[in-house]
Every structure is written in structure tokens, then in C-alpha cells.
Ligand binder design. Structure first.
Ligand code: UD1
Ligand code: UDP
Length: 365
């Protein structure tokens, strides 16, 4: 094998593939970067902040796209790029529709796939939706599985993947934090929150759109109203369906700033300085433990149980009452807070990309 192609399409994939791209380039392995552009502005924010210049950009995003749109456009768009570049291996990441569609295209063209962040499972194909399916389907296609943890490896083995093709590497999210987080970070948001406890909020999951998201926001509003020493920053995902609910529930809440998505440098550094996080995001569940930030995970299940076991993450469901109680409790119970903040990070030492490229180098020879 002599050439690698790295394909991704959304914000979290870009953040977690960046360390791999840097490592590939550092070792002079021929690397082609192709983005589907499933996300536009949120992807470009990462590319700009981290200095990644794609060789190909399929530019597939259209506002209000559904799962058919993304899957069809990515599958169709990637075909000619794969035929032109004809890489020896394609690296995909995680569980998005880009990941699935690109893997499927590789399968049709019989190009080997390396799956970064492989083996995470809930075994409930509707939660997270459609990510659980995307990840399992990519796992069926992939030849090489880069599992972030032993638990992920165990899942893959139990599904019959050959043990010699599974590599436990840690999660490249931790590598990314090493690039982004700086001690001397300053921000207007930190100045604004001075003297208060700063809570970071994000939410975007498809299965939470509708009543679950309304319930989350009602709970958060109630807690903020009751704690004058707490301020919240919520950079809202660009999905119009999310924005509509934010508009309906969170307009004019005291001590809360509703802002545009932050670039990754600012978001990671703010998280490093925050008191705690409320989210339904996947990636934030990996990053926060390594920054020692307790996270209330506003979901009913998670494919990232390691952080729950370690003690940094708490699964609080999507009911107003459970989120309200857990959030209030964490703000008033210092012992519980310290326990969560001091838990062990289960996602590796920030050298996942090195391990992935070590494996690729052996394949490349
Ligand atoms: C996608 C992934 C999800 C991942 C998330 C990260 C799928 C099916 N879902 O979900 O796994 O957790 O990205 O954020 O692959 N939009 C913009 N500009 C952007 C990005 C999004 O306007 O830069 C709007 C568009 O109107 C788009 C909508 O957001 O229709 C949803 O984007 P989409 O990629 O379809 O789904 P996400 O919910 O972002
Ligand atoms: N993130 C960011 N800016 C923001 C919110 C999140 O850079 O305003 C980062 C966050 O640190 C994490 C990733 O985006 O690395 C998570 O993306 P998202 O929650 O959209 O997707 P998921 O991880 O759930 O797939």
C-alpha cells in the first residue's frame, strides 16, 4: 500500500481526523483529503481553525437535508473521486452518514476501509439514530478497526471481526485537545462569566428533536432561574430544527448566552475553563473527562459507557424532571461534583493518531 485517502464530512469527524492527517503528513505518507461537505459552515470552521486544506470537496450540504439527501449525494459524489485517486486505503471516522456512504462506495469499488473510532455500540439501532446503524454498517465493511478502548474492541470481537485487524489506539479526540487547549486562553465569554460558575450547553441529536429537546431546555431554564451564581453559554448547532426549539424555549433567559457555533479552538478552551457541561453530543463525552469536567448526558443511552463507568459522565435521560434534579443536585453537592471532576479519563493518552499511523505504515510497506 502506498497511498491513503482520508474522508469526512462533519464538524466532529474533522476535529478527530485532524491529528491523523497531521501524523500521516509528518511521516510523508501520500495522503489525499476528501470532504463531502455534509456540514458546510461548521466543517469550514474546523478546517480553518486547524489549517486543513482538502484536496476534494464534494460540497453536498443543502439546508434542511434529510438522511436520503446526505447518503445519496455523498455516495454519488465520492464515486468519481475514488476512481480518480484509487487509494490503497480509505480512512473514515465514526458514525455519520458521510462515514457510511463513503464506506459503501469503497465496498462497491473493493477499496479497503480503515475505520477510526470503531466498535462503539448501543445495540439499539434507533439510538442514536442513525449513528448506531452507520457505525455497525461501517464495521461490516471495514478491513481495519481502530478501536478507542478495550470495550470497543470487545464489541468488535463479539461480532466476529478478526482480532488481528482490531487495534486499540485511544480516541483521537484527546490528541486534538493537545493541539487546541492552551493555558493562556482568553475570551470575552470568560470575562462575562467571571465570578460565576460557567456551564456549557450543546444539543443536536435527531432522536431528541421535538419534545425531548423542549424538555431539556425547560429543565435548564428552571435551574438557571434558581442559581444566581451560574451562567450558561450555548453555541447552537446550525440545524434549523434545533434553532426553532431554542427560539421557543430559551429566548431571554437570564445569565444565559445563546451564540453561534464556536470554532473548535474557542470551544475546547472554554470547556477547559468551564464548571460543567450539559450535552447530547458524542464527542464532548470523550473530551470532557480528559479536561476533568463533569457532563450531564441528556440521552437515554450512550455508546460511550466508559465515561459513565469512570464517573465523569452521568446519563440523565431526556425528561424535564430528571435533568432538572440532576443539574440542581450537581450544583449544590460539592462532594459529588469533585468526585465527577476528578474521575479518570478512559479515552487514552493523546497518542491515538500515532498508533493508527504505525499500523498504516506497516500496511503501506
Ligand atoms: C450530523 C451527523 C451526526 C453528528 C452531527 C455533528 C448524520 C446522519 N448525522 O448530524 O451523527 O453528530 O452531524 O454535528 O450524519 N447545517 C448547516 N450548516 C452546517 C451544518 C449543518 O446549515 O455547517 C444545518 C443544515 O440545515 C442541515 C442540518 O443542519 O440540514 C442538519 O445537518 P446534518 O449533517 O444533516 O445532521 P446533523 O444533525 O448535523
Ligand atoms: N464543538 C465545537 N464548537 C461548538 C460546539 C462543539 O467545536 O460550538 C466541538 C466539540 O468540542 C466536539 C465536537 O464539536 O469536538 C462535537 O460535535 P457535535 O456535538 O456537533 O457532534 P457529535 O460529537 O455529537 O457527533
Amino acid at each position: 500500500m502506498t497511498s491513503t485517502m482520508v474522508c469526512f464530512g462533519t464538524r466532529p469527524e474533522a476535529i478527530k481526523m485532524c491529528p491523523v492527517i497531521r501524523e500521516l503528513k509528518k511521516r510523508n505518507i501520500k495522503t489525499t483529503i476528501c470532504v463531502t461537505g455534509q456540514h458546510r459552515q461548521m466543517l469550514d470552521q474546523v478546517l480553518d481553525a486547524l489549517g486543513i486544506i482538502p484536496d476534494y470537496d464534494l460540497a453536498i450540504m443543502k439546508p434542511g437535508q434529510d438522511l436520503f439527501d446526505v447518503t445519496i449525494s455523498a455516495l454519488e459524489g465520492i464515486k468519481s473521486v475514488l476512481k480518480e485517486v484509487n487509494p490503497d486505503i480509505v480512512l473514515v471516522h465514526g458514525d455519520t452518514s458521510t462515514t457510511f456512504a463513503v464506506s459503501l462506495a469503497c465496498y462497491y469499488l473493493k477499496i479497503p476501509v480503515g475505520h477510526v473510532e470503531a466498535g462503539l455500540r448501543t445495540y439499539d439501532v434507533y439510538a442514536p439514530f442513525p449513528e448506531e446503524f452507520n457505525r455497525q454498517a461501517t464495521g461490516i465493511i471495514a478491513q481495519y478497526h481502530f478501536a478507542p478502548t478495550e470495550m470497543a474492541k470487545k464489541n468488535l470481537i463479539s461480532e466476529g471481526k478478526p482480532q488481528e485487524n482490531i487495534f486499540v489506539t485511544g480516541n483521537t479526540a484527546i490528541d486534538a485537545l493537545k493541539i487546541t487547549v492552551k493555558d493562556d486562553f482568553e475570551s470575552e465569554y470568560l470575562n462575562w462569566a467571571k465570578g460565576c460558575r460557567l456551564v456549557l450547553i450543546t444539543a443536536h441529536r435527531r432522536e431528541n428533536l421535538g419534545e425531548p429537546m423542549h424538555a431539556m431546555f425547560r429543565a435548564i431554564k428552571r435551574v438557571l432561574n434558581e442559581h444566581e451564581d451560574v451562567k450558561a453559554i450555548y453555541p447552537v448547532h446550525l440545524n434549523p430544527a434545533v434553532r426553532k426549539i431554542v427560539d421557543e424555549e430559551l429566548k431571554g433567559v437570564d445569565r444565559m448566552r445563546i451564540i453561534e457555533p464556536l470554532d473548535v479552538l474557542e470551544f475546547h478552551n472554554l470547556m477547559a475553563k468551564a464548571y460543567m457541561v450539559l450535552t447530547d453530543s458524542g464527542g464532548i463525552q470523550e473530551e470532557a473527562p480528559s479536561l476533568g469536567k463533569p457532563v450531564l448526558v441528556m440521552r437515554n443511552v450512550t455508546e460511550r459507557p466508559e465515561g459513565i463507568e469512570a464517573g465523569t459522565l452521568m446519563l440523565v435521560g431526556t425528561e424535564e424532571s430528571s435533568i432538572y434534579e440532576s443539574f440542581s443536585c450537581l450544583l449544590s453537592d460539592g462532594d459529588k461534583y469533585n468526585q465527577m471532576a476528578n474521575a479518570r479519563n478512559p479515552y487514552g493518552d493523546g497518542r491515538a493518531a500515532e498508533r493508527i499511523v504505525d499500523v498504516l505504515e506497516k500496511l503501506v510497506k
